[in-house]
Write a protein that binds this ligand. Structure first.
Ligand code: SF4
Length: 533
């Protein structure tokens, strides 16, 4: 039981760095701290004093946290994967040392699936599992009234040295909790970083809208319009964390809310952070129709599934275009029928993949397609099939991303369990968790045969040339490189990349670095595509 009767009603919410600034990286500044704003909704509506501290926009976040935590009712943090995990733990340890009686709670994807790590490390009195809005509201009330957290549904707690899961809390719709308290967001700090990116390499940056009028500065807002996902993909933790439930705002409510927010925050671009935005065609249509009626006042991008778009009517895809959707992100994930079956994605590669991408692309909307290689037990021919399918789509839809990522054994997924069965030794400490699962060209925690890795890297270089992202050499040299690269992608032939070697030599001779040779980062998570072959 936590006694907090003498404390204030101040709640401190913290979002750790999602990428390590000491390595010169950070994530795109259009990723607003939505997870914290969502859980703030209940306590804020009940009059608690809530503070949001996001390390990305708060240079002196530690001093600020120490000041706010002094005498606070509660500290809570949220994290997903990678560096964010270890950074969150480091900060929490310092706060625990300084304020040993301050109640601490963690939530988010990673704590939801590995709660014991937080509880045994002593940096959490409870861990919220899955959807957090109602759970967090109950946690706050319990702490204030001195009730045991073990009575709150939807948590993991430590009792007598044992981790205990409290009663299950069902997933609820957005109408069951108050609106997001946007008063807590200092949006201009994010806009400043978006427009002044500095020298850091930016991860998870999405492409700007094609045809963005010259001189237009993007002010990008981000938003959760749904929770969960009904799909069963074996490599993703959503099925277990959300129980394959999907709850969403209606298309009309979503449009109305964003109109109000646009009046207030003056954004011209929206990035939906939903796991699966496009599940319901009717909702997508309602949202688009409301936008079109209002003159399509901003660009936006969102996640849709390949099979979903293949099912949509042509008219629904027209609405996406007319509502200024500029990018649709689609997970394709495997290039063979067998592997599609195994990961339970079950995309019809023969017909629906190209149909779906084509429907979007031919309307002038970019597609951002993701692929994964190195699944547990995946054989080399299956990985080659994925690289070749990614290349085929790249060739077919130039200018649109078709990015291949290495498989990551994410805890709380079927494929994590499978990896462990096959001998994968999962990390055990925060430090170990924090140094893996980053989505970049690192394969040291999975096994990808050397020849596959080479093919994958050569695909990345070739795709860069094909998209015309290189910036040195005369225009005819670059056009020739583009044609040659197109041939390579179409034929899956990456051997003897003589033209790329010559280009590298030219770049080096002109005193430029390889990174200088790439005009822009167009990938969703890998920055930048490697040029060296
Ligand atoms: S990978 Fe995407 S579609 Fe599959 S379960 Fe996760 S969120 Fe849903």
């Amino acid at each position: 039981m936590i006694h907090a009767s003498s404390r204030s009603k101040r709640i401190v919410l913290f979002l750790p760095h999602r990428a390590d600034p000491d390595e010169g990286v950070r994530v795109a500044a259009d990723l607003l701290p939505l997870e914290l704003l969502q859980i703030a909704s209940v306590p804020y509506s009940e009059g608690y004093e809530v503070h949001v501290v996001d390390a990305m926009v708060e240079p002196d976040y530690m001093a600020k946290l120490e000041e706010l935590c002094d005498g606070a009712l509660l500290f809570a943090g949220s994290c997903i994967l990678g560096f964010q995990v270890v950074h969150g733990a480091r900060v929490a340890r310092r706060l625990r040392e300084r304020f040993p009686d301050l109640p601490m709670v963690w939530g988010g994807w990673f704590p939801s699936v590995v709660p014991e790590l937080y509880l045994r490390e002593g940096i959490a009195d409870a861990v919220g599992l899955g959807q957090g809005e109602l759970t967090f509201g109950d946690v706050v009330r319990a702490i204030e009234s001195g009730e045991p957290l073990g009575s709150v549904p939807g948590l993991a707690v430590l009792e007598d040295g044992q981790v205990r899961y409290t009663d299950h809390r069902p997933v609820v719709g957005f109408d069951k909790f108050p609106k997001v308290p946007w008063d807590l967001l200092d949006f201009e700090k994010y806009v400043h970083l978006q427009q002044n990116p500095g020298r850091a390499k930016i991860r998870h940056k999405l492409p700007d809208p094609l045809g963005l009028p010259a001189g237009t500065k993007l002010r990008t807002f981000s938003y959760f319009s749904s929770f969960g996902c009904p799909e069963p993909c074996t490599f993703c933790c959503s099925p277990r964390v959300t129980g394959r439930r999907w709850k969403a705002l209606t298309g009309k409510d979503l449009a109305e809310d964003l109109f109000e927010l646009q009046d207030r925050f003056k954004f011209n671009h929206v990035r939906f952070q939903d796991a699966n935005f496009g599940v319901a065609e009717k909702r997508s249509n309602e949202f688009c129709e409301a936008l079109i009626e209002a003159g399509s006042p901003y660009w936006w991008n969102a996640t849709y599934e390949v099979e979903t778009i293949a099912r949509y009517k042509e008219a629904s895809c027209d609405l996406l275009r007319d509502a200024k959707c500029h990018l649709v992100i689609l997970g394709a994930e495997a290039g063979s029928k067998e592997q599609q079956e195994r990961i339970k994605k079950k995309i019809d590669l023969d017909t629906n993949l190209e149909l779906a991408l084509g429907r979007i692309y031919e309307r002038g909307i970019q597609t951002g397609t993701t692929w994964i290689i190195g699944y547990p037990g995946e054989e080399a021919p299956s990985m080659v099939a994925t690289i070749d399918m990614a290349a085929k789509m790249k060739h077919r839809f130039p200018g649109s991303a078709s990015d291949i990522f290495p498989f990551r054994p994410i805890p709380g997924t079927e494929d994590f369990d499978e990896s462990v069965k096959l001998g994968y030794q999962p990390p055990r400490t925060f430090e170990e968790w924090g140094s893996c699962l980053e989505y970049k060209y690192e394969t040291n925690d999975i096994s990808i045969p050397e020849e596959i890795e080479l093919r994958w890297r050569r695909y990345g270089s070739t795709a860069t040339f094909y998209d015309g992202l290189t910036k040195h050499g005369s225009s005819w040299v670059r056009r020739a490189m583009q044609r040659m690269s197109g041939w390579r992608l179409a034929h899956g032939e990456y051997r003897f990349p003589i033209e790329q070697k010559l280009y590298d030599l030219y770049v080096r001779a002109s005193g430029k670095s390889e990174a200088d040779a790439v005009r822009a980062d167009r990938t969703s998570g890998v920055t930048p595509n490697p040029v060296s072959s």
